[in-house]
Design a binder for this molecule. Sequence first.
Ligand code: SAH
Length: 346
Amino acid sequence: MTPAPSTNDIRDLSLTELQEYMATIGEKSYRARQVAEWIYHKGAQSFADMGNISKPLRERLEKDFALHPHKQIRKEVSADGTTKFLFALHDDEKVETVLIPTKTRTTACISTQAGCKFGCRFCASGIGGWNRNLSCGEIITQVLQVKEEAKSHPRPLSHIVFMGIGEPLDNYENLMKAIRLINDPVGVNIGARRITVSTCGVIPRILEMGREGIQIELAISLHGYDNESRNVLMPVNKKYPFNDLIEACRTYQKSYRRQITFEYILIKDVTCTEQAAQALKKAFHGLICKLNLIPYNPVSEFDHQTPARDEMLRFRDRLTEFGVHATIRTPRGKDINSACGQLRHS
Ligand code: SAH
């Protein structure tokens, strides 16, 4: 693995680490809280902005840490209001971050890696391969930047989905550290149930996440309806096969009493068939879950087709008849290539 070149970003510190730091420089621990509030609540972009912090402490922080925003390379706004940012990280790696406003919520879609190792055969994010993990600071800085942008929308930032570039559970430590900062009332203060982690199915980490004692939402990118169909679409299925994944979801559900969301791509003649509906009915037997049907968003490197609207509706109705709770997800920001699976690592 190529490690992220080290920076001294203050947002790489957990709140406990920030308190420990204050102790080591002889400051009272409430200073950590004040500094965190400046960064995570008030969106301070420099230590000089921190009005109630003494000048000597500000200078000390300046010497010990960095607090820069990601460099914004591009910002595109879709006809539906979805806004996609291309950010350059300090070593010039690039990631995309998306802000999705709807009538009831404002969601940030966050990237966790520069590129992706998993190579799903319908997704743009893995085409250029994987370069490195993002640090906790790099993850949370995306959140802070779109939180600022959300101020120009009717609703403030309310939800976070880890559905940008990369596989969140392949960058587990940094992801969890960032999630705790997002969730903490002294941090960004977004409720755990409003934070969703989406995974291609890294089983050991799914189970580990269940044991973290934080009620975040889990979404599983299933996309195949049985072992064979999933093998064709998602190479990760060779390592973590369909049946084991469903079994892990059963354990997760029983142990942690959490509903699971499955994401399921609708590709004409491939995943949207009677055979698929029958197989899903069998797989989900006894599992409390909901199925998000995602119409395939075109990616030029693949020659899949999106099913016609009535085919998708028929498939959904068939699942409903089988007692599977399924809804079709409306693609957002398709005109600026910011819909599911269209984010690229450039
Ligand atoms: N690596 C994680 C996070 C990415 S989330 C995961 O796999 O869950 C992005 C979601 O969009 C995933 O469910 C992904 O499978 C889906 N997706 C990828 N390519 C797509 C495409 N071309 N059309 C529709 N959905 C796609």
